[in-house]
Design a protein around this ligand. Structure first.
Ligand code: HEC
Ligand code: HEC
Length: 474
């Protein structure tokens, strides 16, 4: 049984990280740009180190006075190394994104030795790429503010890449200054920015899903997708058609296993990009519960990003269910030059420390949310699956499609053929794109209506809106 306001108390604990709504959102992070900071500085009033984040993320609901102390140097170092990997490590995947797909040629454009018109900063922002304002030198900031920087010129994009300012994308530059290749990072999909400088330009918000990012459109910039087509065993136009179907905020991690680009109803088979925060204490990860965080990190870094590492999963040898993976022996990926395995530990620690952002003040009705809290664990029966405080069941948080009243298409694309109970904290921060794995419910009210019908809960309109206010408060 949930006790009233329990999560609200936890939110209060997080609030110690920072003072403003954006700082709250990733308070520890925004106060934490000084990488030379020593562990002792984390005892400051903001609890400004990763240590504070780790402690608050434990969500014990206990006192916060212990939250900022006691973090030892190795843990702090692991957190910082993990963050470095999350934000900047390509694991050698530039050999794929640049080397094989030649994306860098499309980015630089003909004028700079590539192909086509090139990608201007405006074009990059329009497909959801984000710019890290803190990577911009003061004189460039001043020039942008004075309107002296041409945001329609691909040369500006190259300059931003040289500054390592494009979130989740790394340019590899040759000695002649030309772009030689390009690689991607976790942050491409699982970070966004707070728009504090301009739309799409601001401070990094790690763990927030980038629901503006049109991965399909970005991959489609490649002048030649035949390597992907060959991998999937289809022709290139088919690959482009599948990519065009994804749209903003979505990616299909399973198409590279089963080759299914579309669902039986004709809609894209891609899922939303989920948050990478709020996962501590949750047993299984991804919408389909493929495995632990570190399982999935190895999966993604090897099979999706095409970094160089080792990955083992004989479940993918099932040629009936995972024909593409079985043919390509994806579950037996081996690289002598392993740039992934040694980073998995710290990367996991970093993700476990990503605290869900607290809702901005005034963004929900606190009285209604309290009533919604009671309904959540009472009449509406939500807490039978969404257990405090993570929002997912301790143990094996998996359910059949039938149990939650939806189709099984996406569940069937994974080993256990189930959906994992989604952790709910920070829901407010990723409303864009909708809810459930494919965004089928545009609003939280739609989600509540779905449960009301599926479980014949007989909720009154005001009970439904109380539940929604509660969900907005998490
Ligand atoms: C191209 C976009 C993209 C990139 C790059 C990417 N991810 Fe993901 N990530 C996704 C999508 C989409 C899912 C959902 C997959 C599913 O459920 O089938 C996901 C799922 C996850 C989950 C599970 C979240 C949960 O709710 O349990 C974690 C953790 C995660 N990714 C971490 C990472 C890490 C770490 C990296 C870098 C090594 C990374 N991702 C790179 C798109 C991406
Ligand atoms: C039988 C277990 C179960 C019960 C009961 C249940 N849920 Fe869920 N919930 C799930 C599963 C599984 C998912 C993931 C569905 C998907 O992604 O397709 C989910 C997803 C959600 C989401 C979407 C989260 C996101 O990020 O997209 C919300 C919101 C939610 N549930 C709220 C509720 C509320 C409110 C109730 C009570 C009215 C409730 N749930 C009852 C299992 C349950």
């Amino acid at each position: 049984m949930w006790t009233n306001g329990n999560w609200a108390r936890n939110v209060g604990t997080i609030a110690l990280c920072g003072a403003t709504a954006t700082a709250l959102a990733w308070g520890c992070e925004t106060n934490d740009t000084d990488d030379t900071r020593t562990a002792t500085s984390t005892s400051g009033s903001h609890g400004s180190g990763g240590a504070a984040c780790i402690s608050t993320s434990s969500m014990a609901g206990a006192t916060s006075s212990t939250a900022t102390g006691g973090m030892s140097d190795p843990a702090q170092a692991a957190f910082e190394k993990g963050r470095q990997t999350f934000r900047y490590d390509t694991f050698g995947d530039e050999d794929f994104w640049g080397g094989t797909l030649n994306l860098h040629k499309a980015i630089e454009g003909q004028t700079h030795g590539g192909v086509g018109a090139g990608v201007s900063p405006k074009a990059a922002l329009s497909v959801g790429l984000k710019v890290d304002a803190e990577a911009l030198p003061a004189d460039l900031v001043a020039s942008i503010q004075a309107g002296q920087v041409n945001l329609d010129d691909p040369a500006t994009t190259l300059a931003l890449l040289k500054l390592n300012a494009v979130v989740g994308v790394t340019g590899v530059f040759a000695s002649d200054g030309n772009l030689a290749s390009v690689g991607i990072q976790c942050a491409l999909c699982h970070s966004t920015v707070d728009d504090s400088f301009a739309p799409g330009i601001g401070k990094r918000l790690d763990g927030w899903p980038n629901r503006d990012l049109d991965v399909g459109a970005i991959v489609s910039l490649s002048p030649d997708l035949t390597p992907v087509a060959q991998f999937l065993g289809v022709d290139e136009p088919t690959v482009r058609q599948v990519l065009a179907g994804w749209g903003p905020g979505k990616f299909d991690a399973e198409v590279f296993l089963d080759g299914k680009g579309f669902r039986p109803d004709g809609k894209t088979a891609a899922t939303l990009i989920p948050p990478a925060f709020g996962l501590a204490g949750v047993n299984l990860h991804t919408f389909e519960g493929w495995g632990s965080i570190t399982y999935w990190n190895a999966f993604v870094a090897n099979l999706e990003m095409h970094g160089k590492g080792n990955f083992f999963d004989p479940r993918l040898d099932d040629a009936a269910r995972f024909p593409v993976a079985a043919t390509n022996q994806s579950g037996h990926t081996k690289n002598a030059d392993d740039r992934i395995s040694s980073k998995l530990g710290d990367l996991q620690i970093y993700q476990l420390a990503l605290v869900p952002p607290a809702p901005p003040a005034g963004s929900f009705d606190a009285q209604a949310a309290m009533r919604g809290d009671d309904l959540f664990s009472g009449k509406a029966q939500c807490a039978t699956c969404h257990v405090e405080p993570t929002g997912a069941e301790p143990g094996w948080p998996m359910h059949t499609a039938e149990e939650i009243g939806i189709d099984s298409f996406q569940a069937d694309r994974s080993p256990d053929q189930r959906y994992r109970t989604t952790p709910l904290r920070g829901l407010w921060s990723h409303a864009k794109g909708g809810f459930y794995h494919d965004g089928r419910f545009a609003t939280l009210m739609d989600v509540v209506d779905h449960y009301d019908e599926t479980f014949t809960l007989a909720l009154t309109p005001s009970e439904k809106s109380d539940l929604v206010e509660y969900l907005k408060s998490l």
